[in-house]
Design a binder for this molecule. Sequence first.
Ligand SMILES: NC(=O)c1ccc[n+]([C@@H]2O[C@H](COP(=O)([O-])OP(=O)(O)OC[C@H]3O[C@@H](n4cnc5c(N)ncnc54)[C@H](O)[C@@H]3O)[C@@H](O)[C@H]2O)c1
Length: 251
Amino acid sequence: MNVLILGANGELGPHVVRALEGRHRLRLSDINELETRHEYLKVDASDIDQVIAAADGMDVIINLSVLRKDRRLAFDVNARGCYNMMVAAVEHGIDRVINTGPFYVVAGPTYERFDHMIGPDVPHQPGTYLYALTKSLGQEICRVFTDSHDIHVLDLLFYMFLDAETHTVESGSPIANIGHDLVPYTVSWGDAADAFGCALDVELDSLPSRSEVFFVFPDLPHQKFSNEKTRRILGWEPKDKLDQFWKKAKS
Ligand SMILES: NC(=O)c1ccc[n+]([C@@H]2O[C@H](COP(=O)([O-])OP(=O)(O)OC[C@H]3O[C@@H](n4cnc5c(N)ncnc54)[C@H](O)[C@@H]3O)[C@@H](O)[C@H]2O)c1
């Protein structure tokens, strides 16, 4: 498939590229310059004309773009960017869009006190945190488009990423060694990236609706969240078992 990636130059982008290259033709885009052997376009996701032009000839759009703190830019990228992406999908007859965000787009603060098997189809309660709220608005914009257009949106939600070899979590965060707690929604970069391959492979007709949300993390002992839907519908099978990082340190 011909796949446009928005925001390809972030933390997740290179992992997704590695998982998809060789199987799909990739057109990478970002507001920042990017060194790559794939086709690259400089695209501001908040600029509708640029997004429409970038989507020309594509079969799928993957949206990895995100802006977390600046009030205006967060709305421009996270919410308006989704509107632009969906307009571009309509314009070019693209029927598959893969959107991304943090898990609290759905399961925000009001779910914090619940601690068992929270799935991605709970009523959305992102709270008022700018990042979650603007990403949630973006997701809702995508969903509304699927009401009126024959476009399928698969929302892949993440939280903490872990390098399965070096045992480090996110840049700048402390090293997670065996014996320390792990966030109950952690996934290796490689497994996270593999979910995009599954979202590209899945038959659109097999999806329950044109707008589906998936939690992406492996089985973890705490079972605060559930990945059952992601395994069942996308056929996603995480390779990196993270149980070893879960155990409490002995004092
Ligand atoms: N990294 C994490 O810890 C984490 C956790 C949960 C969810 N996610 C989600 O995963 C996805 C990818 O996140 P990431 O970690 O790669 O983010 P990142 O911040 O590392 O990268 C985001 C990318 O978006 C680009 N961008 C910013 N403004 C843009 C614009 N106007 N137009 C085009 N591109 C623009 C940036 O240049 C950057 O390359 C996002 O949807 C994010 O919400 C990430």
